[in-house]
Design a protein around this ligand. Structure first.
Ligand SMILES: O=C(O)CCC(=O)C(=O)O
Ligand SMILES: [Fe+2]
Length: 267
Protein backbone atom coordinates (compact mmCIF):
# COMPACT_ATOMS: atom_id res chain seq x y z
CA UNK A 1 0.00 0.00 0.00
CA UNK A 2 1.54 3.36 -0.94
CA UNK A 3 1.50 6.41 1.35
CA UNK A 4 -1.41 8.02 -0.40
CA UNK A 5 -3.54 4.91 -0.22
CA UNK A 6 -2.65 4.43 3.45
CA UNK A 7 -3.69 7.99 4.32
CA UNK A 8 -6.91 7.53 2.41
CA UNK A 9 -7.79 4.28 4.12
CA UNK A 10 -6.97 5.91 7.46
CA UNK A 11 -9.52 8.61 6.82
CA UNK A 12 -12.24 6.79 4.88
CA UNK A 13 -11.75 3.26 6.12
CA UNK A 14 -11.59 0.24 3.86
CA UNK A 15 -14.67 0.28 1.66
CA UNK A 16 -13.99 -3.32 0.62
CA UNK A 17 -14.87 -4.62 4.07
CA UNK A 18 -18.36 -5.80 4.85
CA UNK A 19 -19.33 -3.47 7.70
CA UNK A 20 -22.67 -1.66 7.69
CA UNK A 21 -23.03 1.62 5.87
CA UNK A 22 -23.01 3.73 8.97
CA UNK A 23 -19.84 2.14 10.23
CA UNK A 24 -18.18 2.42 6.85
CA UNK A 25 -18.38 6.21 6.94
CA UNK A 26 -15.97 6.49 9.82
CA UNK A 27 -14.67 3.09 10.92
CA UNK A 28 -11.15 4.35 11.55
CA UNK A 29 -12.39 7.22 13.68
CA UNK A 30 -14.09 4.67 15.87
CA UNK A 31 -10.89 2.61 16.12
CA UNK A 32 -9.04 5.72 17.28
CA UNK A 33 -11.77 6.36 19.81
CA UNK A 34 -10.99 3.12 21.51
CA UNK A 35 -7.36 4.06 21.87
CA UNK A 36 -7.75 7.54 23.34
CA UNK A 37 -9.22 8.75 26.60
CA UNK A 38 -10.46 12.12 25.28
CA UNK A 39 -12.41 10.65 22.43
CA UNK A 40 -14.03 12.91 19.86
CA UNK A 41 -17.59 12.02 18.95
CA UNK A 42 -17.42 9.93 15.78
CA UNK A 43 -18.94 11.69 12.81
CA UNK A 44 -21.64 9.44 11.45
CA UNK A 45 -24.10 10.47 8.81
CA UNK A 46 -27.45 11.51 10.18
CA UNK A 47 -30.16 9.60 8.36
CA UNK A 48 -32.58 12.48 8.00
CA UNK A 49 -30.84 15.78 8.20
CA UNK A 50 -27.83 15.20 5.98
CA UNK A 51 -29.42 15.74 2.63
CA UNK A 52 -31.04 18.95 1.53
CA UNK A 53 -33.33 18.87 -1.48
CA UNK A 54 -33.27 22.15 -3.40
CA UNK A 55 -37.01 22.47 -3.63
CA UNK A 56 -37.17 24.72 -6.70
CA UNK A 57 -35.21 22.23 -8.83
CA UNK A 58 -36.18 18.58 -9.07
CA UNK A 59 -33.14 16.33 -9.00
CA UNK A 60 -30.86 18.75 -7.16
CA UNK A 61 -29.58 17.56 -3.80
CA UNK A 62 -26.97 18.91 -1.45
CA UNK A 63 -25.11 17.24 1.36
CA UNK A 64 -23.18 19.94 3.19
CA UNK A 65 -21.12 17.74 5.47
CA UNK A 66 -20.19 15.02 3.00
CA UNK A 67 -16.47 15.19 3.85
CA UNK A 68 -15.20 15.96 7.33
CA UNK A 69 -12.28 18.39 7.71
CA UNK A 70 -9.89 15.42 7.91
CA UNK A 71 -11.35 13.81 4.81
CA UNK A 72 -11.09 17.10 2.90
CA UNK A 73 -7.40 17.36 3.83
CA UNK A 74 -6.87 13.79 2.72
CA UNK A 75 -8.51 14.37 -0.66
CA UNK A 76 -6.52 17.58 -1.14
CA UNK A 77 -3.34 15.71 -0.23
CA UNK A 78 -4.16 13.05 -2.83
CA UNK A 79 -4.90 15.69 -5.47
CA UNK A 80 -1.66 17.47 -4.66
CA UNK A 81 0.20 14.16 -4.99
CA UNK A 82 -1.23 13.70 -8.47
CA UNK A 83 0.96 16.69 -9.43
CA UNK A 84 -1.71 18.18 -11.69
CA UNK A 85 -1.56 21.74 -10.41
CA UNK A 86 2.15 22.31 -9.88
CA UNK A 87 2.19 25.11 -12.46
CA UNK A 88 -0.07 28.12 -11.98
CA UNK A 89 -1.28 27.82 -15.60
CA UNK A 90 -2.69 24.33 -14.95
CA UNK A 91 -6.23 24.49 -13.66
CA UNK A 92 -7.96 21.33 -14.83
CA UNK A 93 -7.27 17.61 -14.87
CA UNK A 94 -9.43 14.87 -16.43
CA UNK A 95 -9.40 11.14 -16.06
CA UNK A 96 -11.48 8.60 -17.99
CA UNK A 97 -12.04 4.96 -17.13
CA UNK A 98 -10.62 3.70 -13.87
CA UNK A 99 -10.64 6.44 -11.31
CA UNK A 100 -7.71 7.04 -8.96
CA UNK A 101 -8.19 5.24 -5.62
CA UNK A 102 -9.12 8.41 -3.76
CA UNK A 103 -11.84 9.26 -6.32
CA UNK A 104 -13.20 5.69 -6.18
CA UNK A 105 -13.48 6.08 -2.42
CA UNK A 106 -15.52 9.25 -2.94
CA UNK A 107 -17.73 7.42 -5.43
CA UNK A 108 -18.27 4.54 -2.97
CA UNK A 109 -19.09 7.02 -0.19
CA UNK A 110 -21.67 8.73 -2.39
CA UNK A 111 -23.48 5.45 -3.00
CA UNK A 112 -23.35 4.56 0.68
CA UNK A 113 -24.63 7.95 1.75
CA UNK A 114 -27.54 7.90 -0.70
CA UNK A 115 -28.48 4.43 0.54
CA UNK A 116 -28.19 5.48 4.15
CA UNK A 117 -30.86 8.07 3.58
CA UNK A 118 -33.00 5.87 1.32
CA UNK A 119 -32.77 2.26 2.50
CA UNK A 120 -35.51 1.37 0.02
CA UNK A 121 -32.96 1.75 -2.80
CA UNK A 122 -31.01 -1.20 -1.44
CA UNK A 123 -32.12 -4.42 -3.22
CA UNK A 124 -31.69 -6.16 0.15
CA UNK A 125 -34.63 -4.10 1.42
CA UNK A 126 -36.88 -4.57 -1.60
CA UNK A 127 -40.50 -4.68 -0.54
CA UNK A 128 -39.74 -3.35 2.94
CA UNK A 129 -39.50 0.38 2.29
CA UNK A 130 -41.79 2.33 0.03
CA UNK A 131 -40.31 5.77 -0.51
CA UNK A 132 -41.13 8.07 -3.42
CA UNK A 133 -38.35 8.02 -6.01
CA UNK A 134 -38.28 11.84 -6.10
CA UNK A 135 -37.42 11.77 -2.40
CA UNK A 136 -34.16 9.99 -3.22
CA UNK A 137 -30.97 11.95 -3.78
CA UNK A 138 -30.09 9.71 -6.73
CA UNK A 139 -32.56 7.58 -8.72
CA UNK A 140 -32.02 3.85 -8.22
CA UNK A 141 -31.19 3.11 -11.89
CA UNK A 142 -28.29 5.54 -11.63
CA UNK A 143 -27.25 4.45 -8.18
CA UNK A 144 -26.77 0.83 -9.22
CA UNK A 145 -25.02 1.31 -12.54
CA UNK A 146 -21.47 -0.04 -12.69
CA UNK A 147 -19.30 1.80 -12.34
CA UNK A 148 -21.21 4.62 -10.73
CA UNK A 149 -18.76 7.07 -12.31
CA UNK A 150 -15.97 6.65 -14.83
CA UNK A 151 -14.99 10.21 -15.56
CA UNK A 152 -13.30 12.64 -13.23
CA UNK A 153 -12.60 16.33 -13.62
CA UNK A 154 -10.71 18.24 -10.99
CA UNK A 155 -10.92 22.00 -11.43
CA UNK A 156 -8.78 24.54 -9.60
CA UNK A 157 -10.22 28.06 -9.57
CA UNK A 158 -8.23 31.05 -8.38
CA UNK A 159 -10.20 33.89 -6.71
CA UNK A 160 -12.31 35.61 -9.37
CA UNK A 161 -12.39 32.51 -11.58
CA UNK A 162 -15.50 30.41 -12.13
CA UNK A 163 -17.39 28.54 -14.80
CA UNK A 164 -19.95 29.94 -17.29
CA UNK A 165 -23.58 28.82 -17.32
CA UNK A 166 -23.82 25.42 -19.02
CA UNK A 167 -25.62 22.12 -19.19
CA UNK A 168 -23.08 19.29 -19.02
CA UNK A 169 -22.37 17.64 -22.35
CA UNK A 170 -24.81 14.98 -23.56
CA UNK A 171 -21.92 12.54 -23.93
CA UNK A 172 -22.28 12.11 -20.20
CA UNK A 173 -25.10 10.11 -18.67
CA UNK A 174 -27.55 11.50 -16.19
CA UNK A 175 -26.31 11.75 -12.62
CA UNK A 176 -23.44 14.09 -11.80
CA UNK A 177 -21.66 14.60 -8.50
CA UNK A 178 -19.63 17.66 -7.50
CA UNK A 179 -17.52 17.86 -4.34
CA UNK A 180 -16.29 21.30 -3.28
CA UNK A 181 -13.02 21.94 -1.49
CA UNK A 182 -11.09 24.86 0.00
CA UNK A 183 -13.32 27.85 -0.75
CA UNK A 184 -17.06 28.33 -0.44
CA UNK A 185 -18.95 29.57 -3.46
CA UNK A 186 -22.44 30.18 -4.72
CA UNK A 187 -23.44 28.07 -7.71
CA UNK A 188 -26.35 29.59 -9.64
CA UNK A 189 -28.91 27.53 -11.54
CA UNK A 190 -30.90 29.03 -14.43
CA UNK A 191 -33.68 27.29 -16.35
CA UNK A 192 -32.64 26.34 -19.90
CA UNK A 193 -34.20 28.80 -22.35
CA UNK A 194 -34.75 31.44 -19.72
CA UNK A 195 -31.26 32.91 -19.87
CA UNK A 196 -30.81 36.41 -21.19
CA UNK A 197 -30.09 36.40 -24.92
CA UNK A 198 -30.08 39.75 -26.65
CA UNK A 199 -29.72 38.62 -30.26
CA UNK A 200 -32.53 36.05 -30.16
CA UNK A 201 -34.91 38.71 -28.85
CA UNK A 202 -34.10 41.34 -31.45
CA UNK A 203 -32.24 43.34 -28.83
CA UNK A 204 -35.26 43.72 -26.56
CA UNK A 205 -34.65 43.15 -22.89
CA UNK A 206 -35.85 39.83 -21.50
CA UNK A 207 -37.47 39.48 -18.12
CA UNK A 208 -34.74 38.58 -15.66
CA UNK A 209 -34.03 34.85 -15.56
CA UNK A 210 -34.89 32.97 -12.39
CA UNK A 211 -31.60 32.23 -10.74
CA UNK A 212 -31.50 29.76 -7.91
CA UNK A 213 -28.43 30.20 -5.73
CA UNK A 214 -26.95 27.16 -3.99
CA UNK A 215 -24.28 27.70 -1.37
CA UNK A 216 -21.44 25.19 -1.65
CA UNK A 217 -19.20 24.96 1.38
CA UNK A 218 -15.91 23.02 1.49
CA UNK A 219 -16.63 19.32 1.93
CA UNK A 220 -20.12 19.59 0.45
CA UNK A 221 -21.51 17.28 -2.21
CA UNK A 222 -24.03 18.21 -4.88
CA UNK A 223 -25.93 15.55 -6.83
CA UNK A 224 -27.52 16.62 -10.09
CA UNK A 225 -29.94 14.38 -11.96
CA UNK A 226 -33.08 14.49 -14.10
CA UNK A 227 -34.51 17.99 -14.50
CA UNK A 228 -31.60 19.56 -12.66
CA UNK A 229 -29.19 17.92 -15.10
CA UNK A 230 -31.07 18.49 -18.39
CA UNK A 231 -33.36 21.50 -17.86
CA UNK A 232 -31.17 23.75 -15.76
CA UNK A 233 -27.81 25.37 -16.41
CA UNK A 234 -25.33 25.77 -13.62
CA UNK A 235 -22.63 28.39 -13.26
CA UNK A 236 -20.19 29.83 -10.78
CA UNK A 237 -19.61 33.52 -11.36
CA UNK A 238 -16.89 34.73 -9.01
CA UNK A 239 -16.76 38.27 -10.37
CA UNK A 240 -17.08 40.99 -7.68
CA UNK A 241 -20.63 41.49 -6.43
CA UNK A 242 -21.99 38.09 -7.51
CA UNK A 243 -20.83 35.73 -4.78
CA UNK A 244 -23.31 36.90 -2.17
CA UNK A 245 -24.78 34.64 0.47
CA UNK A 246 -27.10 35.89 3.21
CA UNK A 247 -26.29 39.46 2.24
CA UNK A 248 -22.53 38.99 2.60
CA UNK A 249 -19.99 38.87 -0.21
CA UNK A 250 -18.04 35.63 0.17
CA UNK A 251 -14.36 35.79 0.91
CA UNK A 252 -12.76 34.01 -2.04
CA UNK A 253 -9.78 31.71 -1.93
CA UNK A 254 -8.64 29.04 -4.34
CA UNK A 255 -11.46 26.57 -4.88
CA UNK A 256 -10.98 22.98 -5.96
CA UNK A 257 -13.87 20.93 -7.25
CA UNK A 258 -14.08 17.24 -8.01
CA UNK A 259 -16.73 16.37 -10.60
CA UNK A 260 -17.71 12.75 -11.20
CA UNK A 261 -19.74 11.63 -14.20
CA UNK A 262 -20.38 8.58 -16.33
CA UNK A 263 -19.72 8.51 -20.05
CA UNK A 264 -22.58 7.37 -22.27
CA UNK A 265 -22.00 4.00 -23.87
CA UNK A 266 -21.34 3.99 -27.59
CA UNK A 267 -22.58 0.70 -29.04
O1 LIG B 1 -16.42 23.33 -10.48
C1 LIG B 1 -17.59 23.09 -10.26
O2 LIG B 1 -18.07 23.12 -9.14
C2 LIG B 1 -18.50 22.75 -11.40
C3 LIG B 1 -17.81 22.11 -12.54
C4 LIG B 1 -18.73 21.83 -13.67
O3 LIG B 1 -19.86 22.23 -13.66
C5 LIG B 1 -18.28 21.06 -14.82
O4 LIG B 1 -17.08 20.73 -14.92
O5 LIG B 1 -19.11 20.76 -15.69
FE1 LIG C 1 -21.07 21.31 -15.13
Amino acid sequence: MDDQEAVFKEVFGDSSDSEGYEQQQSPRLEEHDEMHEDRPTPTTFDQNTNWEQIKEIRGLWLCRDFLSAGQQSSVLFSIENEGWFTEASHNQAMRFGNLPAWASEISDSIRELVLLNDPGLDPMNLGTYYGAEEECAFPSDLLWREPLFDQLIVNAYQPGEGICAHVDLMRFEDGIAIVSLESSCVMHFTKVGEAYCDAANGGKPHPPATKIPVYLTPGSLVLISGEARYSWKHEINRKPGIQIWEGQELNQRRRISVTLRKLCRVD
